[in-house]
Design a protein around this ligand. Structure first.
Ligand SMILES: [Zn+2]
Length: 64
């Protein structure tokens, strides 16, 4: 599987949750972050795939 296709599948998974009758609470169905979540942004932009997961964390220490 190509990297592009893999990213597309990730982005597809990380879309906002839509419940019955199309109700949405505006959060990612996959990880619970506010939509668009960091993973979705990561998967749909031209950022370096090896860069940190969350663009907002670029300045922070990793806590894992
Ligand atoms: Zn997500």
């Amino acid at each position: 599987m190509s990297a592009e296709l893999r990213l597309a599948r990730i982005a597809e998974a990380h879309t906002r949750y839509v419940g019955i009758a199309g109700l949405t609470d505006g959060i990612c169905a996959e990880c619970g972050y506010t939509d668009p979540c960091p993973t979705y942004i990561w998967a749909t932009t031209d950022r370096d795939p090896l860069a940190l997961w969350n663009p907002e964390d670029d300045e922070d220490d990793e806590d894992d």
